[in-house]
Design a protein around this ligand. Structure first.
Ligand SMILES: [Zn+2]
Length: 421
């Protein structure tokens, strides 16, 4: 069955959109409903491509409001990692489902996820109807002796994700960071990812400490080291990149890797520097935007983070033209990275789109892109569609109440203070 949107606005025109077999079949003024179509009346709303949250740890919704306001390493080693050791498949499943409800409500249609029990996250993604690349973190404490086991676990996890997932939840590798993974394991991931043609996610150059440690240990900066072990390529997402320098950005651009900036998480964890966006753009680096995990952000509302990204860059550059609203939206919808694959709303693109309420005060007057980035938040989204399937209509996500209740139970079980009401 086809899904048809009628009477929506796109680029100042009233248009219809027809989705068939998960793809946009047609979009334009000539598109009409036909007998048997599922129809959405788009009047009073604008069509917008779905947002791509290119770096998160979705199941960390369970950690919201737990151990906030601490330095990164203390937060990770004393508070997060000990609880994570006790988590099981069902914790990750319901934590991820909770994240999916929030992302669907705020207009995200696809996300890149790095978390334990990644096969359970993949199942949650499939059940929620979203798209994601899911991967289990590979951590061997930079100890070659632990590498073989960590790599075997990563290989097994990849297979389990492929079994649990399907068309929408794809598997990848996620070596956690260069300071937590041995060179042996990084080289193994590079080789296996190339053999299997699967994507890789890694945190890179998030803090100044990481750069200093890498330089002291390897005699080179993080991106150069990553290139030497074979991981800097067009299938790799580098989360953060806050402390990258110009020569590293040029190397990353040359290799075709994607850098995903996470401005709100960087601010909350006070990493002390703003992602060098202008240098990255000048070098031709592929770019994306992420929230990072809800334990360190704490929101998954990517439109809100898009505003923060734009404002930070303008202020850093002392230039209000440093990045426009339209360019910010292009980054947030994955259209500035081939790997993230955002394709806009043309025929043949996946039918992943939103309807936003242009009658609401935030969008009632003025240019749409500026309204979305500077005035609105994810609350402006009325309808979310992924692969031609409606996941939210009129602001309602089916089954959301059960997801909230089950996630609270799981948080409570882990001693994370899930509220009963
Ligand atoms: Zn992260």
């Amino acid at each position: 069955m086809a899904l048809v949107v009628t009477g929506a606005s796109l680029g100042g025109e009233r248009v219809g959109l027809r989705a068939e077999h998960g793809l946009i079949a047609a979009v334009g003024p000539e598109v009409q409903r036909e007998p048997g179509d599922e129809v959405i009346d788009g009047s009073g709303m604008a069509l917008v491509p779905g947002l791509v949250n290119a770096h998160t740890h979705a199941a960390m919704t369970l950690f919201r409001g737990y151990a906030d306001d601490l330095p990164l390493m203390e937060w990770l080693t004393k508070h997060i990692w000990p609880v994570e050791k006790r988590m099981d498949d069902d914790d990750v499943y319901w934590g991820t489902r909770l994240a999916c409800v929030e992302m669907i409500r705020t207009g995200t249609t696809c996300f890149w996820d790095m978390y334990w029990h990644a096969h359970a996250a993949a199942r949650a993604v499939e059940d929620a109807g979203m798209r994601a690349v899911t991967a289990a973190p590979l951590i061997d404490d930079s100890d070659d002796a632990k590498s073989a086991r960590a790599c075997a676990d990563a290989e097994a996890s990849l297979e389990r994700i492929s079994e649990a997932g399907g068309e929408r939840a794809r598997a990848g590798f996620a070596p956690h960071a260069i300071y937590s993974v041995s060179e042996r394991s990084l080289r193994w991931v590079a080789r296996r990812a190339a053999e299997l043609a699967v994507p890789v996610q890694i945190h890179l150059s998030e803090t100044e400490d990481e750069v200093e440690q890498c330089t002291a240990q390897h005699g080179e900066r993080p991106a150069v080291y990553l290139d030497r072990v074979g991981l800097l390529g067009p299938r790799t997402v580098l989360a953060h990149g806050t402390w990258l320098d110009r020569s590293e950005l040029e190397l990353i651009a040359d290799r075709g890797a994607t850098v995903v900036t996470n401005p709100v998480a960087n601010l909350k964890l006070a990493v002390g520097r703003v992602f060098p966006y202008r240098e990255a753009r000048a070098a031709g680096v592929e770019l994306g935007l992420g929230t990072d995990g809800p334990g360190s952000n704490n929101s998954l509302d990517l439109l809100a983070d898009a505003k923060t990204f734009a404002l930070l860059q303008k202020n850093e550059a002392r230039d209000p033209a440093a990045v426009t609203a339209a360019e910010t939206l292009a980054i947030a919808t994955g259209q500035r990275s081939g790997l993230l694959g955002g394709r806009g709303l043309g025929p043949g693109a996946p039918a992943d789109f939103l309807l936003v309420r242009t009658g609401d005060p935030e969008l009632a007057v003025g240019e749409l892109d500026a309204g979305l980035i500077y005035a609105a938040s994810g609350a402006i989204v009325d309808t979310t569609v992924v692969g031609g399937r409606v996941l939210m209509r009129g602001g309602v996500v089916d089954g959301a109440d059960e997801v909230v209740a089950r996630a609270r139970e799981r948080a409570s079980r882990l001693g994370l203070g899930g509220r009963a009401f």
